[in-house]
Design a binder for this molecule. Structure first.
Ligand code: FAD
Length: 454
């Protein structure tokens, strides 16, 4: 049994280790076109910001260690084609000769690529995207002597980069085309709070601004031309979204879903026999809506990889789907969400109602109590939980996971109201803000649509 894996980060390496554990006799080979495997891309902004000392600390496993576990890793190997009938792949080694290699099972774990808009001068020095360790190293080198940074894009990577450049002493302008930052993550009221936190920390946030081109002198970026004028900057970070890397899958006849990512079944198997897909390039089922979605995040990639690894090696495992949880921090504000926002529920035509509760994250009399804002969204009439958003001190917003667990099992606000949550003054109030929100949501879910008294 020869198991071939394309891509050596979260999904690929999880699959490799699981496959080997499932079937120690299988030959497991990982082809990675870059120079690193098995690292936490999620930590890149924190190396740039200086909280984590260096990029090497993000690496969980090296090729040598994998060899010790009986897994062969081929760095600098770009897989350029798949012949699904012959069950072979074409591999190009370090830009040189190509060769074909056989497989019995193939995993496509090729991730996503940052979108690089078609602006003039994106090739200038000082213009960056952030996806992998070499991108991080290039940003690090660019920051030497830089005084002013421009971030294009107000999604979570743009926001984390804004904080990172600020920590490095740069003055930072953040440009966002839509009316607010975190637009695809939170409802508008909560987006405003995130923007407020950025502004309170001297980030110059400009929303409703469209970038038209970059400007450069002697091959080095000098600024950004927008529909509202020219902005000067020494470094420009482009964080305007990602696209799944599906070229290889398409060439093998693998079907994509409507999201543009790879469609798989519960076993991570594609429509082509013996070909699996996992990670950021692959769709998931959103358990709240039972729809296919493309949400490229770390735990999903690792879990999909495990499932694919077990199945490719002859075992049985199923991917349970996701509920759409995400968390990040901007300066002193933790931001967490799970399920659907009110806006997302409305767009899907669901009859949803949201309640908001603001409280303190622990007993008000205990030192350092900080505000916490919870929005709970549920289905009108049934009280089924649809989602939640939480903003507060970074140490307090992980309580979103209580809601994620209930969403996973299609729980109701009534279930949340009855959960025996832990309590002591340094951690929460006796009636935690989640329980207060659940009580309020139970009432709101019972009210007719035009009654806003909740
Ligand atoms: P990738 O990590 O993209 O790996 C795919 C690999 O495939 C790449 O190394 C690529 O070189 C290789 N490859 C592609 N095509 C080929 C080919 N043809 N031949 C050979 N090799 C190929 N997620 C969270 O959940 N929380 C966070 O806080 C978070 N923060 C993030 C911050 C940043 C800056 C970034 C960039 C990502 C963050 N993520 C976060 C997302 C998380 O890192 C990804 O979900 C995860 O890395 C996906 O793993 P993957 O294996 O699917 O894909």
């Amino acid at each position: 049994m020869r198991i071939v894996i394309v891509g050596g980060v979260a999904a690929g390496m999880s699959a490799a280790t699981r496959a080997k554990r499932q079937n120690p006799d299988a030959e497991v080979v990982v082809y990675e076109r870059g120079g690193y495997i098995s690292y936490g891309a999620c930590g890149l902004p924190y190396v740039i910001g200086g909280e984590v000392e260096n990029f090497e600390q993000l690496i969980a496993r090296t090729p040598e260690r994998m060899r010790g576990e009986g897994i062969h890793v081929r760095l600098g190997h770009d897989v350029t084609g798949v012949d699904s009938k012959a069950q072979t792949i074409t591999v190009c080694e370090n830009g040189g000769a190509t060769r074909t290699e056989p497989y019995d099972r193939l995993l496509i774990a090729t991730g996503v690529s940052p979108i690089r808009p078609d602006w003039a001068r994106t090739d200038a020095a000082g213009v960056h995207v952030l996806r992998d360790i070499p991108d991080g190293q290039a940003i690090e080198a660019s920051l030497k002597g830089a005084k002013r940074g421009i971030i294009v894009g107000g999604g979570y990577i743009g926001l984390e980069l804004a904080e990172a450049l600020h920590s490095r002493g740069l003055s930072v302008v953040l440009l966002e085309r839509s009316p607010s930052v975190a637009g695809r993550i939170l409802d508008p009221e909560y987006q405003q709070r995130v923007q407020g936190e950025l502004e309170a920390n001297d980030i110059d946030v400009r929303c409703g601004v469209t970038v038209e081109a970059l400007t450069a002198k002697n091959g080095r970026v000098t600024g950004v031309q927008t529909d509202q004028g020219l902005l000067r900057g020494d470094v420009v970070m482009v964080a305007v979204g990602v696209r799944p890397n599906v070229g290889l899958a398409k060439s093998a006849g693998v079907k994509l879903g409507k999201t543009g990512a790879i469609r798989v079944d519960k076993h991570q198997q594609t429509n082509v026999p013996h070909i699996y897909a996992a990670g950021d390039n692959t769709e998931s089922i959103q358990r709240v809506t039972r729809r296919h979605v493309h949400v490229p995040l770390g735990l999903t990639a690792n879990r999909m990889g495990r499932v694919a690894g077990v199945n490719m090696a002859g075992g049985e495992a199923q991917f349970p789907g996701i509920v759409g949880s995400g968390i990040f921090k901007v300066f002193n504000l933790g931001v967490a969400r799970t399920g659907l926002t009110q806006n997302e529920a409305d767009a899907l035509g669901l009859s949803a109602v949201s309640v908001d509760v603001t409280s303190t994250d622990h007993a008000g009399y205990y030192p350092d109590a900080a505000p916490i804002h919870v929005r709970l969204t549920s289905e009108r009439g049934t009280g089924r939980l649809l989602g939640a958003q939480i903003l507060g001190h970074p140490s307090s917003v992980k309580r979103i996971d209580v809601i994620a667990a209930l969403l996973h099992s299609r729980g109701k606000v009534h279930d949340l109201a009855e959960v025996d949550l832990s309590y002591a003054p340094p951690f929460s109030s006796v009636w935690d803000v989640l329980l207060v929100a659940a009580g309020k949501a139970s009432q709101a879910a019972r009210l007719p649509k035009d009654d806003t008294s909740a």
